[in-house]
Design a protein around this ligand. Sequence first.
Ligand SMILES: *Cc1c(COP(=O)(O)O)cnc(C)c1O
Length: 365
Amino acid sequence: MSVVPFLDLRAAYLELKAEIDAAVARVLDSGWYILGQELEAFEAEYAAYCGAQHCVGVANGLDALHLALLAMEVGPGDEVIVPSNTYIATWLAVSQCGAVPVPVEPDLATYNIDPQRIEAAITPRTKVILPVHLYGQPVDLDPILAIAQRHGLRVLEDAAQAHGARYKGQRIGAHGDAVAWSFYPGKNLGAMGDAGAVTTNDPELADRIRVLRNYGSRVKYVNELQGWNSRLDPLQAAILRVKLTHLDEWNERRRKLAALYLRELSNSGLGLPHVPDWAEPVWHLFVVRHPRRDDFQQRLAQAGIQTLIHYPIPPHGQAAYAGLGIAPGTLPIAERLAAEVLSLPIGPHLSDSDALTIVGAVKKC
Ligand SMILES: *Cc1c(COP(=O)(O)O)cnc(C)c1O
């Protein structure tokens, strides 16, 4: 039996091997391995791609979120509104500032934070709203930005899964006060190791994050504050520059596969993703829902189809967050999604014939 892998990262490398090898060789040959020109070039190119004025490269997506929150002066005693259903990094960034993540349930149609539930979660301690463009689908930003403005809050977007996605025609990258990115290898724009960035139109935020990522230092051996070591590696920056030139084409391949799945599975009885008419998702994941998900996943595995669950345990159910004391049943939508969601393979290197094999197996299972 042939196996359809969930994601083929080696195929992504092989397609761009000549370009990537040349970029890596250029950095090795330069003799310059921390910060510098290669990183600055990527930052300028990624800012331009996102339609943002500034981009600051950092070591990973979690640090992008954490340093952006610190730059917004989030600290102990503060609250940050987060989705109840997200990867745990969104919550960890808040906790790392000494602040408290306050979960808000998603809209069951789009899986993204429900703007209509946000105001009820705001308290005098709330500092920031942190929506996530989950699975590559943009959040409904306009109502969130309006709420933030009414209450004097900042908006930090977690766009770790949404490189190239558009909201009302405009790429994600500068709608909120700042936008955090991960370039983890499996993301739509992925490095070959850890990497991340923050984009923003706010020069003050960009400047603070630049200082925070580099030991709190602007001038070598002069430290304005107690910062971190969280710099985007020039080798990774060089690889990301190559991959950025292919991002739109690779997102287009994902879009075609998603259209195929939506067409072929429309009568399958599965819960399928809903795309609002203002959204142009980039299909980081193609997530379906099944009431007996674990059985369904097992049958697909027996048919040679690898699937994953994003995510099997919501952050409030993790031992890491037992201290918040959020009882089971308190966030029923997040808990239901954790029990029902399943991600089918999707990626720029999944062939149409593999996608049709998956469709056939899904219908049978
Ligand atoms: C991947 C991811 C992160 C964290 O990124 P890392 O680079 O792995 O630290 C944060 N938020 C979301 C939604 C993610 O998918």
